[in-house]
Design a protein around this ligand. Structure first.
Ligand code: AMP
Length: 210
């Protein structure tokens, strides 16, 4: 099954992607994580993306389209994949269609902006493996330490409140029109993000099985 997770930054796409990945044994492809990895390794692409990312702006379409094209060609995507954070613009969605990639379902996780701003301030990520935690909703077993790889948990620069506002503005302007794009293709399913992660997961699975 080829799945797209849509939703504002901080709506919980990454967490739901992990749950789907466990249940369906298909990889999650997060353009944000791939770019952060590239930045850490100091590649040209990473350095080019840094200023956009730090400002909460989108990295140019051709860069992320290139990343996705390369990633989807990997063998592990043959039985399906979850796209988390791609596409984020209409040209990116069109590029996916033009590559001949058939998407089965687009799950849009809806969370009001005010709740997102509150949530993002508590988000922490592992600086080694990228796993995501929350000081309130998804605590690590040991404070400040990743359950999976024992890496240090840090706050992303772009999770600071001013940048979050900029990212939400970008989301409403550039990414939200994708809802209509996929509704027209009869692929859109909307899930209201719940307080409890498990409750959102149940709604997501119900949509995948529908
Ligand atoms: P994320 O972790 O998905 O919130 O992505 C973090 C940042 O990476 C975004 O704010 C953008 O600067 C960049 N990014 C990730 N995915 C995309 C995309 N599909 N298009 C453009 N920029 C992206």
């Amino acid at each position: 099954m080829n799945i797209i997770l849509l939703g504002a930054p901080g709506a919980g796409k990454g967490t739901q992607a992990e749950k789907i990945c466990e249940r369906l044994s298909i990889p999650t492809i997060s353009t944000g994580n791939i770019i952060r990895e590239a930045l850490k390794s100091g590649t040209e692409m990473g350095l080019k993306a840094k200023s956009f990312m730090d400002a909460g702006q989108l990295v140019p379409d051709e860069v992320v389209i290139g990343i996705i094209k390369e990633r989807l060609a990997n063998d592990d995507c043959k039985n399906g994949f979850i796209l988390d954070g791609f596409p984020r613009t209409i040209p990116q969605a069109e590029a996916l269609d033009n590559m001949g990639v058939v998407i089965d379902k687009v799950i849009d996780i809806e969370v009001p902006d005010e709740r997102i701003i509150g949530r993002m301030s508590g988000r922490r990520v592992c600086e080694s493996c990228g796993a995501s935690y929350h000081l309130e909703y998804k605590k690590p077993e040991v404070d400040g330490v990743c359950n999976a790889c024992a890496g240090a948990l840090v706050q992303r620069k772009d999770d600071h409140p001013d940048t979050v506002k900029a990212r939400l503005d970008v989301y409403h302007k550039e990414t939200e029109p994708l809802k209509e794009y996929y509704a027209k293709q009869n692929k859109l399913a909307i899930v209201e993000g719940q307080e409890e992660i498990a409750d959102t997961t149940a709604l997501v699975f119900a949509q995948l099985e529908a």
